[in-house]
Design a protein around this ligand. Sequence first.
Ligand code: CTP
Ligand SMILES: C[C@](O)(CO)[C@H](O)COP(=O)(O)O
Length: 383
Amino acid sequence: MKVAALIVAAGSGSRMGGGLPKQFRLLAGRPVLLHTVEIFARHPDVASVTVVHAADTEETTRDCLNDIENVGFTIGGKSRAASVALGLTALPSGTTHVLIHDGARCLTCRAVIDGVIAALADSDAAAPALAVTDALWRGEDAQVTGMQSRDGLFRAQTPQGFALAPIRAAHENGTHEAADDVELALGHGIDVTITQGDEDNIKLTYPQDFARAERILKEREQRSMDIRLGNGFDVHRFGEGNHVILCGVEIPFGRGLQGHSDADVGMHAITDAIYGALGQGDIGQHFPPSEAQWKGAASDIFLKHAVELAQDSGFAIGNVDCTLICEQPKIGPRATAMRAKLSEIMGLDIERISVKATTSERLGFTGREEGIAALATATLVKS
Ligand SMILES: Nc1ccn([C@@H]2O[C@H](COP(=O)(O)OP(=O)(O)OP(=O)(O)O)[C@@H](O)[C@H]2O)c(=O)n1
Ligand SMILES: C[C@](O)(CO)[C@H](O)COP(=O)(O)O
């Protein structure tokens, strides 16, 4: 499937009023059309973006999309349907499917687009909508004149997705007065699957819609600023042995660290920092020492589990920082190898991983070389 996005932005915004067409006005400091196009340009399954503009707004359209690479441009027509029909003839060759979207719907989201693309695997047409939930009246002269059943009624949104050949044929044979592309598809005998719409996927139509859109963007920004911080601390005592394992790296040493698992004190502290940031307890809770199966276990099992839990909860790991506290062995020469090992286990860029060490100036149990302590910090960012 090679999916193209076709963004129609050739309207004059007569209901919005006030001069500059709505798609070029600023929303949160950036042109509406830029918000819209960015969503599709960043979508990994969208191979190309083509924007349909009015004959006299080509320069304005190109200017406001200056920062986005590989956008195609073409001239639209007198109605929305005419603009779509012209746009459909300007898509890159090889396109098999098209998502037709209003330039004025600048708040659509990944989930809505994903829903349409997924439905296109089994259907020639799919479009998002929301069921009507309010009671519906008929009215005249500010008087209610009757009721209208809301059963089976939906509010149509975009992007509306189609296999390219059938929707092209529908446009070639259809009317330029159609409200949307679903209407044309139905008229051409194409079955259309309804996918999940989104309340925030509004079309800027009237002046008050701008204030609503600003509120939605602000809420999204606040949600995306969800950053969590966690810490972890662990200690293991020295016992018999000929090596220690620290942050996944085996270091030959005159003694070993004792523990139920492989006693990797650094990796345990990092794992607990991630659990802590998630508010999900600690290693002991997820891998009880009372369970024989974890005896001698390599600690990367614990770390991988914490990383997966973070991902499943919608968080990406921002960075981790681990400090090992010991007189010996010397950590400095092995810190890069430890970071590389952690990077491999966590699937995290090495630049986001820090391992460092300190002595405790020969004070306390670490100073007396009775064991090694580690503390760690992790940040998680809502993704
Ligand atoms: N000849 C047209 C008319 C509309 N559109 C686009 O179709 C989308 C949905 O249309 P609508 O909200 O009706 O936009 P306008 O036609 O600009 O608004 P109005 O009807 O208030 O004039 C908009 O992104 C608009 O730019 C288009 O590409 N070509
Ligand atoms: C395509 C559309 O956005 C679906 O809801 C809508 O029909 C276009 O809006 P218009 O105001 O009718 O041009």
